[in-house]
Design a protein around this ligand. Sequence first.
Ligand code: DGJ
Length: 719
Amino acid sequence: MTLHPSGTTRHLHLRAAGTSVVLELVDDLLPVVRHWGADLGELGERDLAALSLAAREALGDSPFDVADAVGILPEHGRAWIGRPGVEGSRAGRDWSPAFRTTQDVESSTEADGTRRVLARAADPAAYLGLLLELELHPGGLLRVRATLTNTGQDPYELGAVRTTLPVPERAQELLDFTGRHTYERIPQRQPFSAGVHSREVRTGRTGLDAVHLLCAGEPGFGFRHGQVWAVHLGWSGNQQTYAERLANGARVLGAGEALEHGEVRLAPGEQVTTPWTYAAQGTGLDEVAGRFHAWLRSRPHAPARPRPVTLNTWEAVYFDQSLERLTALADLGARVGAERFVLDDGWFGGRRDDTTSLGDWVVSQDLWPEGLGPLVEHVHRLGMEFGLWVEPEMVSLDSDLARAHPEWLFSAGGRRGLESRQQHVLDLGHPGAYAHVRDQLVALLRTYDIAYLKWDHNRYLNDAGHTPGGEPGVRAHTLAAYRLMDELRSARPGLEIESCAGGGGRIDLGVLDRCVRVWASDCIDPLERQPIQRWTFALLPPGWVGTHVGSPRSHTTGRRHDLSFRAQTALWGHLGIEWDLTTATEEDLQVLARWVAFHRRHRALLHGGTVVNGDHHDDATWVHGVVAPDRAEALYGVVAVRRAVSGPGRVRLPGLDPDRRYRVTVPDPGDEGLLEERPVVPWARTGLVLPGRVLEEVGLPMVPLHPEHAHLLQAVEVR
Ligand code: DGJ
C-alpha cells in the first residue's frame, strides 16, 4: 500500500496536563491527528515520524491505494469512506471538496499556555476556502472548529460541516446520555460497533435528552479506571454528535450543527463557522470531567466571587405571587442564610398561569401596583441580591406581543407550529422581535437592581421557520439568543445568567460562554437528583450547577425525604432553597440554617475542588466528593441510593495524596443519624488518621445506611 504522496512531512506535538496531540502535516494536505490521548512525553521529530507511520499502519486495509487519513475535517477525496466533513453543493456541483493548505500550518502558544494551530486551505476546483482551528488548553481540553468560505461566483448550499477526532481501537464501549423532563442525563452504554451511532437534535435546543458527553472508552471504563475519550458540541441549537467505526478499524468521534435544507446558503464571499467541538481524554470519567471543569473555571466570565446561596420562589409559591407572601418568604430565606432571592415565573403581564403573557416583559400592574420596587428593596434590606425569571424566546398567543406582531412567531409552510405548554417561539432572528425583547429587558435592568436572570426556555422549537416564507430559522435564532444574552450582560455589568430550559434542557458549552449557572432539572427529589447531578458534574463544575433543597415531599415524584438527605444532596452545587419556608417547622429552619452555614463555610472547596467519584463495589452505595486543588482537604458524600445486600462495606476515598496523612471525621452537621442512631463505628466519633493511599486502597468501614440517606465525611491533612 502506498502512503500519502511523498513530500515534506512534519509533525506537531502538543502537550498539556497529561494529554498529547500529535498532528501530521503532510505536504499541503490538511493536518491529520495521529494521536490524541495520554501524554507521550518528549518526542523528537524522528520518534513522531515513526509514531505517525505506526498509527497509519494500525488502520489496516484501505479500500484505496493510499492510507486513510483521519482528519479533523474528513474528506472523501483523501480516502475517508465514512461521513464526510463537508456536505453541500453548488446546484449539484462541488459536493466533494478536497482541500490543500494555502500556507504553512501555523502553530502558536498563547499567554495562558494554550497551544493553537491554524490551517488555512482551499479547494480551487470546488471554490471553497477553509480555516481549521485547533486549541489545546493548559488543562488538557482540546477544541476544534472549521470555517468554510464560498470563494465561487454562485451560492453554495450547505448540508453540514462536521469536525472529528480519532480514537484508538481499544475504545470499544460508548457512553452517552438521554432523558426527559424531570429525568435528565440518563446514561446509556453500548458497544462501539461498526457503523454510525449518531445523536441528532432537531428540536432547536440542546435538549432534556441531550447527548451531553459522547464518550468512547476501554471496556467497563469507570470514574477512576479505563482510558476514556469524550466529545461535546458547544452549541444550543440543532446538532449532531456521533461515533463512527469503519471496517478498517478507524474510529472517530464527531460533531456538528444539524442544518435544515436551505438553512445555510453561502453567498459568494460568505462564510460559516462551526461551533467548537470540545474534547477531553483521560483515565476514567473523573479525569475527563476535570479537563472540562478546568476549562470553564478559566473562562473570563467565570465567577470570581463565592456563589450566593439562592432562594427561588417557584416551588414555594408558583404563580401565587404577592408582596406579602414573598416578603415573608424572603425574611425566612435571609434567616436561614440565603444571599440571593429569585422571583420566578408569574410577575409580568397578565401571567397568573402558564397560558398567557409570555412576550410582555412588563411588570404586572394588578399584582405589583407599585412595581417590583418594594420587593426588590425589601430583599436588598435583608442583604440579599435580587434575581428575576424570564423566558425571552417565547410568546403566548394571549399576549400583546402576539396580537401586535403575529409575523414574529415562527411558522413553516404557511402554518404556525404546534403549541407546547401553551406557548410558541418568538423568531429572535427577526430584527423587530429581537429589538422588542431586548428593549423590554433592558428597561427592567435599568429600573431595578437585578443581579441575575434565570433564563428559561420551556419548549422545543418545531416548524421553526421565518414568517411568512418559512425558511428554517433555528441557527439564526440560536445566534440571536446568544447575542441577546451578551447585550444584556453589557447593559448591566456583573449580570449573571442561568441557563434553564424546563429544567436541564440547555446545558452546553455554547450557552455557557455567557451563563454561569444551569438548572439541572425541575426534579429536586434528592434520590432523582443524585444521578442527575453526578452526570451533570461530568461536564460542568459543581459551582455552575443549581442544586436546591426542596420541600419534604417532592413536588415532582411525591416521595418524602429527610432534610438531611435533601440538604446533603444539594450541598455540592450552587446551593439554593426552593421550598415554602413559611410551612417549615422551627426545627427544620434551624437545621437548614446549619446546612447553609456549612455550605458557605466550605464552598471554596466545594466549588473549587477536583470532583471525584468512587468506583464502589456495589451500585447501591455511591461515593463522591471534592478534593482541594492542593489536596490538603476533601469532603465526601456516601449515599445509599437503595438498600445494599451487605451494607456499604468499606468505602474507599479517592483522590487524596497517597503519601500524606489525613484525619477523617464526620463533620457537623453531617452527623445526623450516623452518630445518634448507630454509634457503632468508633472512628466516626474520634476521627481516624490514615495515609491517602490507605484511604483510597483499603478504605474505611461504614455503618449500614438507611436507604435514601447519606453521610458526609471530611478529610483534613495532618501535618
Ligand atoms: C421551568 C423551570 O425549569 C422551573 O424552574 C420554573 O422556572 C418554571 N419553568 C416556570 O414556568
